[in-house]
Design a protein around this ligand. Structure first.
Ligand code: FAD
Length: 290
């Protein structure tokens, strides 16, 4: 992953999630993934245990992608609630598949367990997981960054210092949480580079908006804001999903154009296993593979 970014130019990667059922799997492998491949991503990543998905499904999905395509694949991996033994078992499995890219995350404590205590036989923060992976060796590790600060951390600069700790622990790439105001990304990126001396690529995570309710829900979950102007415009579309989606493409295209002018090394698209919006943004930018 980090090598792809060091090759220069604008590197594109896509995030997928493991399909929940056989219908979703048929759609992903029959239509979504082949269409995404045509756009020429440098690699794809697959989420782990997010939104209630099982971890076994992640393994199944990345194994199938690796088996059926030529794509470079990265597995997300969270340490929350896991013992190091469980983490090792997962790493052994991906190793058997020849997968050496990991997006290392803490994950979220279970929402239905307010008294949740991290496993004493586990790792507490993503930085601990990165250090653990570095000791294991042979892995290319990416971590999450939060341009608006992680929602649990009251001071965004403190959270950004924690992000730099993950790089110090061995991460070769930072992928950001979604955001809709590029100024948040610029501030985050400059803090990491100028104040913390981070030298690895910092890649904006882009989620083209599909609808007002959807993006408000996502943003409230991850502590990102929907700029007032964007919110007003989405409200004006009401139930017109086509207009909302087209506007989402327009917003993402403008954001990416400004980010390219700023000098980002690439984009990581949160595809939600869909292709339309990502393809249109990349085509608008002249970045879709010919
Ligand atoms: C690119 C990306 C991909 C993601 N993929 C997944 C996925 O596949 N599965 C999933 O479940 N979730 C995923 N998430 C969500 C992520 O798991 C949550 O945001 C989670 O709450 C934090 O994970 P983290 O790795 O950023 O944690 P950390 O970097 O460990 O940070 C978590 C919190 O702890 C604080 N902190 C860190 N170190 C310390 C310390 N030493 N002392 C005190 N406080 C500290 C940080 O400031 C932050 O508030 C993803 C997020 C992003 C941006």
């Amino acid at each position: 992953m980090s090598d792809a970014h060091r090759r220069g130019g604008i590197t594109i990667s896509f995030e997928l999630f493991p399909p929940k059922d056989s219908d979703g799997e048929a759609k992903l492998f029959g239509q979504g993934l082949p269409a995404l491949i045509k756009l020429g991503p440098a690699f794809v990543t697959c989420t782990y245990g997010a939104g209630g998905a099982t971890k076994a499904k992640t393994l199944e999905t990345i194994t199938r992608i690796k088996r059926e395509t030529d794509l470079e694949v990265a597995s997300h991996l969270t340490c929350v609630g896991a013992t190091t033994e469980e983490i090792d078992t997962f790493l052994d499995h991906i190793d058997e598949q020849g997968i050496t890219n990991v997006v290392a995350l803490r994950g979220d404590p279970p929402k239905d367990d307010p008294g949740f205590v991290p496993s004493p036989a586990g790792l507490r923060y993503a930085a601990d997981l990165v250090a653990y992976l570095s000791r294991r060796g042979g892995l290319d590790v990416a971590v999450a960054g939060y341009p608006e600060g992680h929602p649990e951390c009251l001071d965004k600069c403190e959270d950004w210092r924690r992000c730099a700790e993950k790089v110090e622990a061995g991460a070769g790439l930072v992928i950001t949480q979604l955001f809709y105001d590029n100024r948040d990304f610029f501030e985050f990126d400059q803090y990491l580079k100028n104040k913390m001396g981070v030298q690895v690529p910092v890649v904006p995570g882009i989620l083209p908006i599909l609808s007002g309710p959807q993006i408000r829900r996502f943003c409230s979950l991850c502590g990102a804001k929907v700029p007032a102007e964007v919110g007003r415009k989405l409200d004006s579309f009401g139930d017109d999903h086509t207009a909302s989606r087209e506007y989402g493409v327009e917003v993402a295209t403008k954001m990416c154009q400004e980010l390219i002018a700023y000098g980002v090394p690439g984009f990581h698209f949160y595809t939600l296993n869909r292709v339309h919006s990502t393809r249109e943004v990349l085509q608008n930018l002249g970045l879709a593979a010919k």
